[in-house]
Design a binder for this molecule. Structure first.
Ligand SMILES: Cc1ncc(COP(=O)(O)O)c(C=O)c1O
Length: 726
């Protein structure tokens, strides 16, 4: 196709809306309408003769014969029609919603990417000058309120009001709020179409913005408006009158008294939006530039709509349970989302009842429920429970997140450590250095492989392995000659990365393999280098209470080393090579379940925001408790994933008792260093041999730490600790 030649186009589906597409295309000089398709033969031929073009009843007759196509068929047929045209080399403009399922929307976007075709999704309003103005004017929306009600149109029967109408607002709101969705609460009701005709959704975004959206298709009149509140301005959009009204405080009235406000009202007579949309599509086709609403954006709007739909369904289930008498009175009187810690601030509790848990997975699930459920349902509907596509997707996402080339998911953090050591051939005769103050798994894998754990003391500030004591232990083993000094496992305790710069240097000096036990620190970093990229090989855990936790056991090995990655990948699947038939290594069976991968993918979407929330909690504890307890240290340039918030206190039992009385959970990680555990005593030198970790284990206590802790609750915990120590 030469740049100047008109683009040959067809319209598939020339019902109520499709015929407008045909009309606009035939008016635009950059396009040449050459055919229409419709399963209704009479309609096809009427439209064919109206526009003087070929008419077919089977869109497949047009495959390979047009440069581009407008697809205006029912949503349920979008996937089939759009994928066929993309695969036959045509660029596609598809009406919104892109599809009715997330999976098929994602597949369409992928086909467009792989075939290098333009795929534009017809979110019409995006082509109006009003939305262009909003995108420039709105920087940090705090609250958005939108209403879209209109009379029922027959073409909406194959989808509910969410995919029919609300998706317009979802798309607009997503492009104004540049943050992932954290939670959705929606209710809906079916009045006459068999699916929801009216619905209201409240969406919380990870940047704190809240959107309230009402959509209805049972009204007699049409009303389409949106109000957007920012800290210093209020913008009201009327999509019917096509006006934008902006209200803000007049700059000269910032001092005292009633502030003066400035109001500006702008009219937007954009002309013909559909024509603008098709024209924009044709320009993308000619220039091969990304269209204004590309496949990925279409997917995001569908994802948001599916989240709303999932929430509607779970609300409907809840109402049905109440009607069926399945919810007892106690349950019924509790609001759906009132969970322990939110109601704790200022509350007294019967001792023993936990109001503030250490980690609150229930609140996290309630908040992420639509996205987790959607991911889980997809796995259940596809049935690929072992090594399904989610595992590969997760591995790519984890590698990208950590800044390394390889992430291999395994069945637990313990297996991640074990497989990493197996890859290095660690076994009898090998000495492996590790801090004594860690979870037992770090030592268990070493002993389990027949090697010898050598316990090292910790730094009293960071609670991580002490580099000086590591050197002392390595020298001692080298003098002894019974064992080969082979490896060191650095543990990132409570989320804080170990001192990798120094430990890497020591490992290189003594020829040791350095394995990072990052079971507790995924998400942490050192000078912007994420955990996963700080040692030759890193093992992490997705145990439920970890910052990135699944709903069972799970783990991952991260590395930049291609040949190590190949061996790890083989060992975790019975030692198989590429063909899955012959074992080329002695391996293990340690795969992450597809369901767990799906849950982790959903959680990964909000992980960065959760890490920031953990950081805020840690900061708040620090600012309140700094003068009464020894705080966990986080050296400059280090960033902790804050798996636990562990403080040192002299009167540990008094503090724990006071917190327990108020319903605040605490825990002691760890009551004893490993060289004092009965099973590992044979590898150590008894009490007194590692003084720092022995002292720390007497004084340490962990306070509640998770991203859903509010400031009032943390404040109350700090008050109780302070009072107990005064
Ligand atoms: C330091 C450390 N290493 C290893 C593990 C083992 O991980 P998993 O429970 O996933 O096997 C844990 C788990 O808590 C841990 O804290």
């Amino acid at each position: 196709m030469s740049i100047d030649a008109p683009i040959s186009m067809a319209v598939v589906g020339v019902g109520y809306f499709g015929r407008f597409h045909a009309e606009k295309i035939s008016q635009l000089p950059s396009a040449k309408l050459i055919a229409v398709a419709d399963i209704d033969a009479k309609r096809a031929s009427e439209m064919g003769s109206l526009f003087g073009v070929d008419a077919v009843t089977d869109y497949r007759d047009l495959l390979g014969k047009v440069d581009a196509v407008s697809v205006v068929v029912p949503t349920s047929e979008h996937y089939q029609v759009v994928s066929a045209f993309l695969e036959h080399g045509a660029d596609v403009l598809v009406e919104k919603p892109m599809t009715s399922s997330l999976d098929s929307a994602q597949r369409l976007a992928e086909i467009a990417r792989n075939t290098e075709r333009i795929l534009q999704v017809g979110h019409l309003e995006r082509f109006s000058g009003m939305v262009e103005t909003l995108q420039k004017r709105i920087h940090r929306p705090l609250y958005i309120d939108s209403v879209r009600i209109s009379p029922f149109k027959l073409r909406g029967t194959d989808v509910n009001v969410i995919l029919d109408l609300m998706i317009h607002d979802l798309d607009l709101i997503l492009c104004l709020v540049d943050a992932p969705i954290l939670s959705v609460d929606a209710v809906g009701s079916s009045v006459f179409s068999g699916s929801e005709d009216i619905a209201s959704a409240r969406i919380k975004f990870a940047n704190g913005c809240v959107a309230n959206i009402v959509a209805s298709r049972i009204s007699l009149k049409t009303e389409r408006r949106m109000r957007i509140f920012e800290r210093d301005q209020y913008v009201a959009v009327d999509f019917d009158r096509r006006t934008i009204r902006t209200v803000c405080t007049a700059p000269e009235s910032l001092s005292v008294g009633i502030p003066e406000i400035e109001t500006e009202e702008e009219d937007y007579r954009d002309g013909d939006l559909l024509k603008r949309e098709i024209d924009a599509f044709l320009r993308s086709v000619a220039s091969r530039q990304e269209p204004v609403v590309n496949g990925e954006e279409g997917v995001e709007a569908v994802r948001a709509a599916i989240l709303v739909n999932n929430s509607l369904r779970s609300h409907a289930d809840f109402v049905n349970e109440i009607d069926a008498g399945l919810c007892g009175p106690k349950k019924r009187s509790q609001p759906l989302h009132s969970v322990g810690m939110h109601s704790m601030a200022g509350a007294d509790s019967d001792a023993g009842e936990i109001l503030v848990p250490l980690v609150d997975l229930k609140t996290q699930y309630l908040s992420l429920r639509p996205r987790i459920d959607a991911r889980v349902h997809k796995v259940l509907s596809e049935g690929r429970y072992i090594l399904g596509p989610e595992v590969e997707e997760l591995e790519k996402a984890l590698a990208r997140f950590s800044g390394v080339r390889h992430a291999i998911c395994v069945a637990s953090g313990t297996d991640a450590l074990k497989i990493a050591l197996m890859t290095e051939g660690i076994g009898p005769g090998a000495a492996v250095f590790l801090p004594s103050f860690t979870f037992v798994a770090t030592a268990e894998v070493v002993a389990g492989l027949g090697a010898t754990p050598v316990f090292v003391d910790i730094d009293q500030e960071t609670f991580n392995i002490d580099p000086d004591d590591l050197c002392r232990c390595v020298e001692e083993v080298r003098r002894d000659e019974r064992f080969r000094a082979c490896a060191v496992i650095a543990v990132d305790l409570f989320g804080l990365p170990a001192d990798y710069a120094t430990i890497n240097e020591i490992a290189a000096r003594y020829g040791l393999f350095l394995l990072a036990d990052a079971a507790q620190s995924f998400g942490g970093s050192v000078r912007s280098r994420r955990v996963g990229s700080l040692a030759s090989v890193t093992a992490t855990s997705f145990y439920p209470s970890k910052p990135l936790g699944c709903y069972g056991d799970g783990g991952c090995i991260l590395t930049n080393d291609d040949s190590r990655a190949q061996v790890i990948r083989s060992i975790h699947r019975h030692g198989f090579g590429a063909d899955d038939y012959s074992a080329i290594h002695v391996g293990v069976n340690s795969r992450l379940d597809t369901l767990q991968a799906a849950i982790l993918l959903a959680k990964l979407e909000v992980f960065e925001d959760e890490l920031k929330a953990r950081e805020r909690v840690a900061h708040y504890y620090g600012s309140e408790l700094g003068s009464v307890v020894t705080l966990p240290s986080c050296p400059t340039g280090f960033s902790s994933a804050w798996t636990a918030y562990a403080i040192l206190v002299k009167d540990r039992s008094g503090v724990r008792e006071a917190l327990a009385q108020a319903g605040v959970a605490t825990a002691v990680y760890y009551e004893a260093p490993l060289h004092l555990h009965p099973a590992y005593a044979i590898y150590g030198n008894g009490p007194g041999s590692l003084p720092v970790c022995e002292r720390v284990s007497q004084q340490i206590v962990s306070l509640p730490m998770h991203p859903y802790l509010d400031e009032a609750t943390v404040g109350r915990i700090c008050q109780i600790v302070t009072r107990a120590l005064s």
